[in-house]
Each structure stands twice: as structure tokens, then as C-alpha cells.
Write a protein that binds this ligand. Structure first.
Ligand SMILES: Nc1ncnc2c1ncn2[C@@H]1O[C@H](COP(=O)(O)OP(=O)(O)OP(=O)(O)O)[C@@H](O)[C@H]1O
Length: 271
């Protein structure tokens, strides 16, 4: 579903701030793969996502999504096929617009055949939004005329997840989307994520700082360091790995201990 071939990206080339954030990265995600990504600070995890979404064009290499070469496809055109959630619950929704208006915008953006006009949203569409919200069990289906700014962080991430997936994306990118939530809410949003991914057979990449999640969620674990993917495990091999194995693999491959503020702050092995 996603094929990344030898992609390299250097920021500020030829200056003192030159930084190669992706070095000859290759990755092949099969349809329905749900891969977690862990890595050190500045390893290139967010840059990899930005290369996929088209926030910039890469310096070399090719990117294919569902067989289409999107290497030089503009960001706004790619966004129809790509769901993207961030750590900050404030991103991805417009606070002064209502839940229904936010969902309408997301729906129109993702529906190729529709004109981008609010007036084209039908009663049937609104009933569809309501049914999607009711699946969250947060009571949001009864608050569709509330501004999104009134929602809690967890409700907002759940809404963003629904908006990103109500028209099935070709790939869902989750960039530490539960990291800013309190532990109980984070768990709820993660459970919801697993359910949405499974029910819609989504192909998904999820950055996490939680080493347990990196091994338990999805079917594949990737580890990044210094702009490269240094570990890629799935199947039997992955199912037998422990957090200690993962940390050991990092130090073997990277030649140093894993340094990630959020992993360290969370005590490395939070459950
Ligand atoms: N737009 C940019 N301009 C210049 N440098 C950038 C830009 N985006 C990222 N970088 C640099 O590229 C490197 C990789 O950054 P990236 O944000 O992808 O890392 P990350 O793995 O997501 O890290 P973290 O876990 O700390 O968020 C870093 O050194 C970062 O400072």
C-alpha cells in the first residue's frame, strides 16, 4: 500500500544548519499493515510522516501510495488519501466551528466526487456523522452543534480520528496522538484507534514513545535512528520480543543507548 524507495531529505543544505533527517530510507507497508515506530529524539519519525504527506518534496527517492507515484504530488491532493493525527489535540480541527461543520469539511475534502460546498451536505450525510460519533460512546452525537473548542483533549482526538477515517484513507499516520492525554484517556483513545483500524482494515503507521505499545499494538515494529530505519520486526520474531530486547537492539544497531525525552520521562517501560 505504501512503498518508500531510497528516500533522502536534507534540511538547510549547504548551511551551518544542514541536517539530513532521512537517509536513503526504504519501507514497504503491505495493505492492512499496522506498524508502530519508535526512535530517539530527532531520529526522523515526523520527517518521514511529512515526506509521506507531501509537506515537502524529498531530495531523492520515490514514494508510491496504492501503486500511484506520489513523489511530486501536491500536499493538498495527497491529503484526500491520507489521515494524519498529531500529538496536539488542537491540531486537525477548527475550534470555532461546530462538530458537524468540522465533520462536513473533512467529509467534503475526502470525497473525490463531491463539490466542496457545505450546502451539498445532505440529511443522510448528517445521519452518517451522527452514527459515526455514537460509536465513540462519548455522547458527541448529541453535541453536533457545539463548537469543537468546548471538547476535552480526548474527545477532540477521538473526533479527529473519526474525521480522518470516515472516508477510508489509504494510509493513517498517527504521530504520538495519545501522548498529550492523561493515561486513562490515552488508553481509551488507543483502544478506539485499534478498533477503527481493525474494522476498516486500515494501513497505519503510529509513532509512539511507549515501548510496550511499540511491541503490542499492530503487527509490525519499526525503529528509527539518525534518519534511518534500524529495525523492522513482525511475525514470530516480533511476538517474542520484550521491551528489553527492543532497547538492546537499539543500542546494538545505533551504538548508543536510546535517548528520547518522552521515553525517559515516562520511565522507559510504562505499561
Ligand atoms: N523543517 C525543518 N527544518 C530544519 N530541520 C528540521 C525540520 N524538520 C525536522 N528537522 C530536523 O530533522 C531532524 C529529524 O526531526 P524529526 O522531527 O523528524 O525527528 P523525530 O524523530 O520526530 O524526533 P522527536 O521524537 O524528537 O520528535 C531533527 O534534527 C530536526 O531538528
Amino acid at each position: 500500500m505504501l512503498q518508500i524507495d531510497h528516500v533522502t531529505k536534507t534540511f538547510n543544505p549547504g548551511t551551518v544548519n544542514e541536517k539530513t533527517a532521512l537517509r536513503n530510507v526504504s519501507l514497504n507497508l503491505k495493505r492492512g499493515d499496522f506498524a508502530t515506530i519508535v526512535g530517539s529524539n530527532g531520529a526522523g519519525k515526523s520527517t518521514l510522516f511529512n515526506a509521506i504527506t507531501g509537506a515537502f518534496f524529498t531530495d531523492s527517492g520515490r514514494i508510491y501510495l496504492d501503486g500511484e507515484d506520489i513523489t511530486f504530488k501536491k500536499e493538498h491532493l495527497r491529503s484526500r488519501d491520507i489521515g494524519h493525527l498529531f500529538q496536539d489535540p488542537l491540531m486537525g480541527t477548527a475550534p470555532h466551528m461546530t462538530i458537524e461543520e468540522n465533520m462536513s469539511l473533512a467529509y467534503l475534502k475526502a470525497s473525490y466526487h463531491r463539490k466542496s460546498l457545505f450546502s451539498s451536505i445532505t440529511k443522510k450525510d448528517k445521519a452518517f456523522f451522527r452514527s459515526k460519533l455514537s460509536q465513540l460512546h462519548m455522547g458527541l452525537e448529541d453535541r453536533m452543534d457545539n463548537p469543537v473548542g468546548l471538547l476535552s483533549g480526548g474527545q477532540r482526538q477521538a473526533l479527529t480520528l473519526v474525521m480522518a477515517t470516515m472516508v477510508t484513507p489509504k494510509i493513517l499516520l498517527l504521530d504520538e496522538h495519545t501522548a498529550a492525554l492523561d493515561p486513562a484517556t490515552a488508553e481509551k483513545v488507543l483502544d478506539l484507534t485499534k478498533r477503527v483500524v481493525a474494522e476498516n482494515h486500515l494501513t497505519c503507521l503510529m509513532v509512539t514513545h511507549n515501548m510496550h505499545q511499540a511491541l503490542d499494538v499492530g503487527n509490525r515494529t519499526l525503529m528509527m535512528y539518525n534518519g534511518t530505519i534500524i529495525l523492522d520486526k513482525e511475525g514470530e520474531e516480533r511476538s517474542h520480543m520484550t521491551v528489553d530486547d527492543l532497547l538492546e537492539q537499539f543500542s546494538i544497531q545505533a551504538g548508543k543507548e536510546l535517548d528520547n525525552d518522552r521515553i525517559l520521562l515516562s520511565g522507559k517501560v510504562e505499561g
